[in-house]
Design a protein around this ligand. Structure first.
Ligand code: 9GP
Length: 825
């Protein structure tokens, strides 16, 4: 793909000029941060050309557009990724080298835009990358949080949260677009009016409102000149705070509106798979949903006029329950602003909205107290009441006399607004994110809905973008893959990776593959040395678990097993043991106490083991501080073993599992989420599977759990490890520090069952899988083959495949092509 702005001399000149105009400096005097800005602006200029060209093409072709509505977009750094997708990474790297600038150093200056918590937000970012790469018109719609995901510091083994002021140096890639601002209203009351024709009108009065100001962020497709838009909304007060407000008596109102605007976009809630249920969160949701839908409708009407045609050109995908108020907001606009009748409005809405479910964890499915909801969104609440009334009528018609059904399925029940129910009732599609997850939705969690409307349910197994997680994260492997396949096609068609199977029996190729892994391990070891001050041996097995800290993800199982191994090594110093480095990385939600205890435990175990010289470095434990997209890229590339050990049925899909696989790390995991499909692709012999199945877990849960004392009393190794939580071994003699973790494993507490996540139940089979993995690693040739087989079989897990399925089965978008010859550079 050609772009004249990346001609070396042109690019160098642009960078020099940018340093001058932005900072009044010469390149040689500029700080790395200033160089990052100057380089980014030079890249942005090239992007803008394509952004305009895309706009023009869309104007001409008038394709159907998907609005991907998400509270979270965990983008990661943009500069490197944009260069890769503009196919200019190598040229720019060389041009900068000639100026004495190291692109890697410059890239490290960019803060990670961390507008998301974990998998859900990262998936949204991967999807935008794939939509642009495949040439589909799309908008990401979200919030421009002033503070993204907190920065994690580890102090004395504890997690400490520090604010992430990611915008403090400005954001070179974004564009502020005040001309597209929209007003969003909260609170007040609804007055009913009748016009001269007798038609009813609902008028919101005494409300507070804010202006939503869009910031557009380019999403660059790979090698195709398509640049889509992520539109994230900032909030501003409508009445500027004015000094003469004192005199006018509206001082309070002015301050309130100012505060409302400031608060709404202030911070991302740092909860993953758990909803705090705060009023401000609901405000955030309505804020960005209302602004985005208003903007979509304005844009549609400008071109098409006739609102009844909306479903032909527009579809809204609701990413989890967070934006599902979209259904009612669209109804509001159609009823109150477009003056449609209920049936017509409902017909349009139910053809435009689709819903993705990302979890079966009850605490993550949003339910709002009716009093809060109706106070904050009075008109929206009225509309939901009517949707609910009509739906309940339908349920009663289909299941006469079955009030149980009504109780289970109603949108408004027990004083709550059930957002998932709203989304299912109004959505034309309801999808889960991996085969197993979708089956659980259909047969357990959403069974009643599935029985009533089976045609809506479908599966879309998640995927990841190979542009970031292979090309950018692992350039050595990316080049090797290209060389071995003799083509770069895998960059946009990951199924081509299967061509690597040809090399599975080629000793030389296997050696090269493992040499690359080794170099990546050295790179990570250097990072660990710099950030943790711990020396790890790149020849040891790197066994990695990086993801959000959550009890169901079972980092506790992992660290208990490390404690068990340590006991073994101490008891039997002579036993054969291949050196292992256990790497953890995880943020805990700020208010999630038990998750924070687990972080402390991991760090305490690391302290004891890493400082015990008697074990000759056979075992090391590292907790990587502030796990985020940028260091994740280093970690995936360097992993030997991918720990995916959630309690079966709990992890809807997982996407980290796919990133490890792509980079040649076999999965050590349960049959949960997309692990099941990974095993299908790679073969059971190329993974280390253990533990209860989803059916077994669900069965136990439905029958009151199991008794962990049966295990504790009969397995001395397990008992010893559990007791070490309360004998002070890992707490400088303090016997209380980990008492809560100990209790969580053995005793029922309040409503929570003992060992809710089946850690002790799965411990033995986990230890067994760990032992099998170690045995396998000892056989170097066999291991290399297994690792390469994982990379060769990752084709299915490209987000390109996932997006194509969304397009074919749900969205029905039109493919757009930009003809390079027609570009007017
Ligand atoms: O927990 C799921 C994770 O398994 C999945 O990969 C991700 C993307 O689909 O979504 C996560 N869900 C949430 O964060 C909350 O629903």
């Amino acid at each position: 793909m050609y772009n004249p702005r990346f001609e070396k001399d042109v690019f160098k000149r642009d960078v020099r000029n940018n340093v001058k105009t932005l900072f009044r400096k010469e390149v040689e005097e500029a700080t790395p941060q200033q160089l990052f800005q100057a380089v980014s602006y030079a890249v942005k200029e090239a992007i803008i050309d394509d952004w305009l060209a895309t706009q023009k093409q869309y104007e001409k072709d008038d394709p159907k557009t998907v609005y991907y509505m998400s509270m979270e977009f965990l983008l990661g750094r943009a500069l490197g990724n944009n260069l890769i997708n503009m196919t200019a990474y190598k040229e720019v790297k060389e041009a900068l080298e000639e100026m004495g600038i190291d692109l890697n150093v410059i890239e490290d200056q960019e803060p990670d835009p961390a507008l998301g918590n974990g998998g859900l937000g990262r998936l949204a970012a991967c999807f935008l990358d794939s939509l642009a790469t495949l040439g589909y018109a799309s908008y990401g719609c979200g919030i421009r949080y002033r503070y993204g995901m907190f920065k994690q510091k580890i102090r004395d083994g504890y997690q400490v949260e520090a604010p992430d002021n990611w915008l403090k140096d400005g954001n070179p890639f974004e564009l502020r677009r005040p001309e597209y601002a929209k007003e969003v209203r909260f609170g007040g009351n609804i007055r009913v009016e009748y016009d001269e024709t007798g038609k009813t009108h609902f008028v919101q009065e005494n409300y507070e409102s804010v202006m939503a100001i869009p910031y557009d962020y380019p999403i660059v497709g790979y090698g195709n000149h398509i640049v889509n838009t992520l539109r994230i909304w900032d909030a501003e007060a409508i009445v500027d705070f004015q000094l003469d407000s004192f005199d006018r008596g509206d001082y309070h109102k002015a301050v309130e509106q100012e505060n409302l605007a400031k608060n709404i976009v202030e911070v991302l809630y740092p909860n993953d798979n758990h909803i705090a249920g705060k009023e401000l969160r609901l405000k955030q949701q309505y804020f960005f949903v209302s602004a985005s839908i208003q903007a979509a409708i304005t844009k549609f009407k400008k071109k098409h006029g006739d609102i009844s045609k909306l479903p032909e050109k527009v579809t809204f995908q609701m990413n989890d329950t967070h934006p599902t108020v979209a259904v009612a907001e669209l109804m509001r606009i159609l009823l109150d602003e477009e003056n449609l009748g209920w049936n017509e409005a409902w017909d349009i809405t139910t053809k435009c909205c689709a819903y993705t479910n990302h979890t079966i964890m009850a605490e993550a499915l949003e339910k709002w107290p009716i009093d809060l909801f109706s106070r904050l969104l009075p008109r929206i609440y009225q509309i939901i009441q009517e949707i609910d009334r009509r739906f309940v009528e339908q349920v009663r018609a289909q299941y006469p006399g079955n009030e149980e059904k009504v109780k289970k399925m109603a949108i408004l029940m027990d004083g709550q607004v059930k957002m998932a129910h709203l989304a299912i009732v109004a959505g034309y599609s309801v999808n889960g994110v991996a085969k197993l997850h979708t089956e659980i939705l259909k047969n357990q969690e959403l069974k009643d809905f599935y029985q009533m409307m089976p045609e809506k349910f479908n599966n879309k197994t998640n995927g990841i973008t190979q542009r970031r997680f292979l090309m950018h994260a692992n350039p050595l492997l990316a080049d090797w893959v290209t060389e071995k396949l003799g083509t770069k096609e895998w960059i946009t068609d990951l199924s081509k990776m299967s061509g690597l199977k040809e090399w599975l029996d080629d000793e030389e190729a296997l050696k090269e593959f493992m040499t690359i892994k080794f170099k990546n391990k050295e790179r990570l070891a250097a990072y660990i040395k710099e950030h943790n001050g711990v020396e790890v041996d790149p020849r040891s097995i790197f066994d990695v678990q990086v993801k959000r800290l959550h009890e169901y993800k079972r980092q506790l199982l992992n660290i208990l097993h490390v404690m068990y191994l340590y006991n073994q090594i101490k008891d039997h110093p002579e036993m054969s043991f291949y050196p292992k480095t256990y790497v953890f990385g995880a943020k805990a939600s700020a208010g999630y106490i038990r998750a924070k205890e687990i972080i402390k435990l991991i760090n305490s175990v690391a302290d004891v083991i890493n400082n015990d010289r008697s074990i000759n470095g056979k075992l090391k434990v590292v907790f990587i501080e502030d796990y985020r997209v940028s260091n994740a890229e280093l970690i995936f590339a360097a992993a030997d073993i991918s720990e995916q050990i959630s309690t079966a049925s709990k992890e809807a899909s997982g996407t980290g599992n796919m990133k490890f696989m792509m980079n040649g790390a076999p999965t050590l995991g349960t049959m949960d989420g997309a692990n099941v499909e990974i095993v299908d692709e790679v073969g059971i012999d190329n993974a280390f599977i253990f533990g209860l199945s989803a059916d077994e877990v669900i069965n136990y849960e439905q029958n009151g759990g199991y008794n962990p004392y049966d295990i504790y009393n009969n397995d001395p190794d397990i008992r010893r490890v559990v007791d070490q939580l309360v004998d002070g071994t890992y707490a400088n003699g303090d016997k209380e520090m980990y008492r809560d973790l100990y209790n969580s494993l053995l005793n029922n507490q309040g409503g929570a069952r003992a060992d809710m996540y089946f850690i002790l139940k799965d411990f033995r089979s986990y230890a067994d899988a760990q032992a099998r993995a170690m045995e396998a690693y000892k056989d170097t040739d066999k291991w290399a083959k297994m690792a390469l087989k994982n990379t060769a079989c990752c084709g299915k897990f490209s987000a390109d495949r996932t997006i194509q399925e969304y397009v074919d089965d749900i969205w029905h978008l039109d493919h757009v092509v930009i003809n390079e010859d027609e570009l007017e550079y």
